[in-house]
Ligand binder design. Structure first.
Ligand SMILES: Cc1ncc(C[n+]2csc(CCOP(=O)(O)OP(=O)(O)O)c2C)c(N)n1
Ligand code: SF4
Ligand SMILES: [Mg+2]
Length: 265
């Protein structure tokens, strides 16, 4: 019997394969995004997907059957801004890694949020530079071991959602790839939101993170994401000490106007 995946039609016929490793969280996210597009009955012709360099950048490229810009490291938001200016009617979705968007690309990130440019940015936070061998990133949680922090990371990490909110984003949410249905629901909301939408998706890298640092296999890392996730409603009642090592998940912000726009509030 020939069974076709329900999301098959959104995948480029010449590219139904992925550069990501088996067991990587990125595959879960890819299907969650395509499911949102499917459930909203949107046309891929309306989209321009933009990514930078890194494993996460291979989520839309070349897989998604749409216009895609696979750009240089750290620059997807700059390219996406240009596309939005040239083609304001297109839906712009940036899907890229934490290193790409928050390390080398940190300035583009905060300024696009400040300008509240109408685009959806999905930041895939696996806490490391996956593609280049698992180096420590500005998103590596304190204490976690990576290839370049073998005794545990001693630096504070960015709170990506707080950063986006402070910079002026108007839609902000965080999930892990364990909450795949919630990701789909939030992507649908972000797609109907006018302004800069940031969705942080905490993903797992079983190859450069799990295997090499003793965090285990793909399923063990998924268990870790599940056990470390805590809904914002519950988290609000906990102390910082009780929240140590936890990922606070949920939708944090959904505003009509940027808090940075004078006179709007
Ligand atoms: C200008 C520039 N600097 C550095 C690199 C090397 N490089 C490629 S991908 C990458 C980090 C990728 O990490 P991240 O964005 O978190 O993506 P992941 O692979 O973890 O999904 C780096 C440092 C590059 N390609 N170009
Ligand atoms: S190296 Fe890690 S992040 Fe990159 S594709 Fe493989 S499992 Fe995923
Ligand atoms: Mg990364």
């Amino acid at each position: 019997m020939n069974i076709t995946h329900p999301l098959h039609k959104y995948m480029r016929p010449s590219a139904i394969r992925t550069a990501n490793c088996p067991g990587c969280g990125n595959g879960i996210l890819a299907q969650a995004v395509l499911r949102a597009i499917d459930e909203e009955r949107l046309s891929m012709d309306d989209f321009v997907f933009v990514s930078g360099i890194g494993c996460a950048a291979w989520i839309p490229s070349p897989l998604f059957y749409a216009d895609i810009l696979h750009t240089t490291h750290g620059r997807p938001i700059a390219f996406a801004t240009g596309v939005k200016l040239a083609a304001p009617d297109r839906r712009i979705m940036v899907i890229s890694g934490d290193g790409d968007l928050l390390a080398i690309g940190g300035n583009h990130f905060i300024h696009a949020a400040r300008r509240n440019i109408d685009m959806v940015v999905i930041c895939v936070n696996n806490g490391i530079y996956g593609m280049t061998g698992g180096q420590v990133a500005p998103t590596t949680p304190v204490g976690l071991r990576t290839m370049t922090s073998p005794y545990g990371n001693i630096e504070n990490d960015f709170d990506i959602c707080a950063l986006a909110t402070a910079a002026g984003a108007t839609f902000v949410a965080r999930w892990t790839v364990y909450q795949t249905r919630q990701i789909t629901r939030t992507v649908k909301k972000a797609l109907s939101h006018k302004g800069f939408s940031l969705i942080e998706v905490i993903s797992h890298c079983p190859v450069q993170f799990g295997r090499k640092t003793g965090m285990g296999s793909s399923t063990q890392m998924l268990d870790w994401l599940k056990d470390s996730s805590i809904r914002k409603e519950k988290a609000d009642k906990l102390t910082p000490e009780e929240l140590a090592g936890k990922f606070v998940i949920g939708e944090f912000l959904d505003l009509k106007y940027s808090l940075r726009e004078p006179g709007k509030y």
